[in-house]
Ligand binder design. Sequence first.
Ligand code: AMP
Length: 215
Amino acid sequence: MNVMLLGAPGAGKGTQAARIVEEFGLVHLSTGDILRKAVADGTPLGIEAKRHMDAGGLVPDEVVIGLVQERITQPDALEHGVLFDGFPRTIPQAEALGAALAESGLALDAVVSVDVDPEAIVTRITSRRQCRACGAIFNVVTDGDLETCTQCGGEVYQRDDDTEATVRKRLEAYQAQTSKLIPYYSEHGTLHTVDGNQAPADVYAAIADILRAIG
Ligand code: AMP
């Protein structure tokens, strides 16, 4: 089963993705996580990506598409299926993904759009924290201002692009480009919509119902 999570920055895709991969055994493909790792490792790709990420813009399509093409053809992805999180973000990325999946004889079984009120997003993102080691996501309002991860003991930090000014730019990129994927997938795929304003456990219950029905 190959599944995609769509949603604005801060919609809760990362939080839901962690739960989904645990229950359904999919390979979690987060282009944001791959890019942050490249930045942390100081690779040429990371240096190029950081400029765009810090400015709240999108990394060029060809760079991200190349990363995804490489990942989805690895044996674990072919065997277990993939959960796409944060990819695609543009129509050309969606088209490239469709072509790459078709080439491997694969299909997208579900696209789940997590819908959140735009006013809630800036507060959600600026209070978000993440574990540098395992990627677990926390929130200072609900979890307190943690210094170490409750799951692995790693360092909890605030992403460089989770500041208010950058969030506003990321939301502009979402409106201008990524939001177009919702009409695209209602035409070219199986689009399901869940209410992302609910508590994380309730959002997960709604997503899991959809995936159990198709899985
Ligand atoms: P995320 O962790 O998904 O919020 O992504 C963080 C940042 O990485 C984004 O604001 C973009 O700069 C970059 N990024 C992640 N995924 C993509 C993508 N599919 N296309 C272009 N840029 C991306």
